[in-house]
Ligand binder design. Structure first.
Ligand SMILES: [Zn+2]
Length: 103
């Protein structure tokens, strides 16, 4: 089961508040239900996508090769064991271990 991250909660709260405010102001301007529904749904969906991205960035470790011109990078979520993260970091940062990539 997915653990709820504080960012997820904050993002959901902000998304719900913004969507609610927008919907309320649209109702004031007597916008049709269909338009209202479309706006609400698209706001909810982009809010959730944004939240997901932020949450992912906050829980992801990025390891890059430091050799100039080498584009090797490894992204790993932090819920891996430290030893596993260390292996991934070594693989990404030690150019000799992925040296077949042309520089
Ligand atoms: Zn490299």
């Amino acid at each position: 089961m997915k653990k709820l991250h504080p960012i997820d909660v904050a993002g959901a709260v902000v998304t719900a508040a913004l969507t609610g405010t927008t919907a309320a102001s649209l109702v004031d301007h007597s916008v049709s239900t269909f338009v209202l529904l479309t706006v609400v749904l698209s706001m909810l969906s982009s809010g959730m996508t944004l939240t997901e991205r932020v949450a992912k960035a906050a829980t992801t470790e990025l390891y890059r090769c430091s050799v100039e011109g080498c584009t090797v990078e490894i992204r790993a979520t932090r819920n891996h064991a430290p030893e596993r993260l260390a292996v991934l970091r070594d693989m990404a940062t030690d150019h000799a271990r992925h040296g077949s990539v042309a520089v």
